[in-house]
Design a protein around this ligand. Structure first.
Ligand code: FE2
Length: 534
């Protein structure tokens, strides 16, 4: 029995050793590539939550707000969005009148003692499939109100709705982020990709809540409503296997409403910044696309000088975020590129030292899935981001985790961004497990055709994979990859150091076991010698 008494002691020693391990930093890199394969004791996928799941059910009456969410507008203002009324689905649907219910937000620094009220806009959208046997959808009334005059790092209480009915929401609370400054940063930023609405998504969101972020980046493929028929039937676990005979890719739009309810407990108190993924395209009648995504979310496009909701920028403390569109024109001659250049030229790195970019499909990716899919976008935009010293790039799309060594133009570079893929939020499709360098897993020319833009497959021009499309071992630019569900958090400590942590879903009850953790360290003197950083 003596050995049993020693077990707790050994466990304690083990924990101390684990805690004492120094967290690596990017200054220790470039790192030799490491692969951790999928743990076969876990499931690679899970079914979607049913529409009658308690977290998906509507639980307010007709004119009362639901699906409440926040998004940053400017450092002193916030978008508050919600939905009222009932969506309809059927052969014939009649759009609700958006003016039938007001859009008001009452808010102030003390609970139930509101000192301000702002009115906003309301709208509806329809998803129309004029084909035999397919059903049409028209949404509830979507409201967006911009509340302003907010003080930094301050708690605000609010209710939204229509006070004349009266039909106001219950009271919610949020905390504003710090003003742009090299000495103030958001407490913790959560980064989530390809979330969906499964039991794995539930674990991801519960885990995220436990991590208590003050800001969320939702980097595309939110709901997966396009894995369904318009009747709500068939939640398909893979994109290409769904609906081969349908005249158009169908969607079940009530999944969006369900997702809004699922997320409300988090995003009614923590701002969520979205960028579009391929699952948001949702083509319908007359070639209309992205209707649900564009209607449901408020993003600070006008505030950041962008004329498009497909790309924008915003500040949170000393971080400037670039949210870029991969499913809209990204060419160097296009409007997004011109806006991006202007946005970058205006940057003052003495005020916002950190520059973080996000878009949905990764440029650097060694998994077979989506391998080199957005190579055209990389070739158009990479040099501009590199010249302006982007520190970190977050992407999703690939349903697994991967952190790159600092890289530029497929060459290790101490001033290249740290690219990180976190498309592992837990959607109905499975975790990606194949690597392009695994025997027989290098994608063929027919694989990985992007849903926007062109095909720019590239054989490497130098290095161990010279003349080849795939490496035969994990590429040197891939520092660490693991096939698992999870999400990430970024904690910026000061103008040069940020702690990045990848939280695997299976680690939810033992947080000392991180999937990956590293200090991302900026070197402005080396990489931005012409920028004054005090
Ligand atoms: Fe995607």
């Amino acid at each position: 029995m003596k050995w049993m008494r020693s077990v707790p002691f050994l466990l304690i020693i083990g924990l101390i050793v684990a805690d004492d391990r120094p967290i690596p930093s990017t200054l220790d890199g470039p790192f030799l590539p490491v692969t951790r394969r999928f743990d076969p004791s876990l499931r690679r996928g899970s079914d979607d939550l049913p529409m009658d799941h308690p977290r998906l059910r509507k639980n307010v009456s007709y004119n009362f707000p639901e699906q409440i969410s926040l998004a940053i507008s400017t450092p002193t203002s916030m978008w508050v969005s919600w939905v009222t009324g009932d969506a309809q689905i059927g052969k014939n649907v009649t759009a609700l009148d958006p003016s039938s219910v007001a859009s008001e937000v009452w808010y102030g620094k003390k609970s139930r003692k509101y000192t301000s009220m702002r009115r906003g806009v309301s709208t509806v959208y329809s998803q129309l499939y004029p084909f035999e046997g397919l059903l049409n959808y028209t949404s509830g009334i979507v409201h967006h109100v911009r509340i302003d005059g907010l003080e930094p790092e301050t708690k605000y209480y609010y209710q939204c709705g229509d006070s004349s009915i009266p039909a106001l929401s219950k009271e919610h609370m949020f905390e504003t982020l710090p003003l742009p400054s090299k000495s103030s940063y958001p407490r913790k930023i959560a980064i989530v990709g390809d979330l969906g609405l499964t039991s794995n998504s539930t674990t991801t969101v519960d885990h995220l809540v436990e991590n208590d972020p003050s800001l969320i980046l939702m980097i595309g493929d939110l709901v997966y409503a396009n894995q369904y028929l318009t009747t709500g039937g068939k939640g398909a676990p893979c994109f290409s296997c769904a609906f081969p005979d349908a005249p158009i890719r169908e969607t079940y739009q009530p999944r969006w409403d369900a997702w809004g309810r699922f997320m409300e407990p988090v995003i009614s108190r923590v701002p969520m910044m979205v960028i579009e993924g391929n699952h948001e395209i949702e083509p319908q009648i007359s070639g209309v696309t992205f209707k649900s995504y564009l209607t449901r979310f408020a993003v600070p496009s006008a505030e950041s000088g962008s004329n498009s909701s497909f790309y924008y920028s915003f500040n949170a403390g000393g971080i400037h975020f670039l949210m870029l569109g991969a499913y809209t024109d990204y060419n160097a001659t296009g409007a997004q590129f011109a806006w991006l250049k202007e946005d970058l030229d205006k940057l003052d790195r003495t005020v916002t030292p950190w520059l973080v970019a996000a878009w949905h499909p990764p440029w650097y990716n060694s998994y077979s899935s989506h391998y080199q899919e957005f190579e055209c976008m990389r070739q158009e935009m990479e040099h501009l981001l590199y010249e302006h010293g982007v520190d970190i790039v977050f992407s999703g799309h690939v349903h697994a985790y991967e952190r790159m060594n600092r890289v530029y133009n497929y060459t290790l570079d101490p001033c290249g961004p740290v690219y990180i893929t976190v498309g592992d939020g837990g959607n109905i499709e499975k975790v990606d497990v194949d690597h392009a360098d695994d025997p027989g897993k290098c994608p063929s020319a027919r694989d990985n055709i992007p849903e926007f833009g062109g095909v720019c497959r590239l054989n490497y021009s130098s290095g161990p994979a010279e003349g080849k499309f795939c490496w035969n071992t994990q590429p040197e630019w891939s520092a660490f990859r693991e096939s698992s569900f999870g999400h990430g958090t970024l904690e910026v400590k000061n103008s040069t150091h940020a702690l990045w942590t990848w939280h695997r879903n299976q680690d939810v009850y033992k947080e000392e076991n991180h999937g990956d953790q590293i200090y991302i360290v900026r070197q402005p003197d080396l990489c931005l010698p012409t920028t004054k950083v005090t």
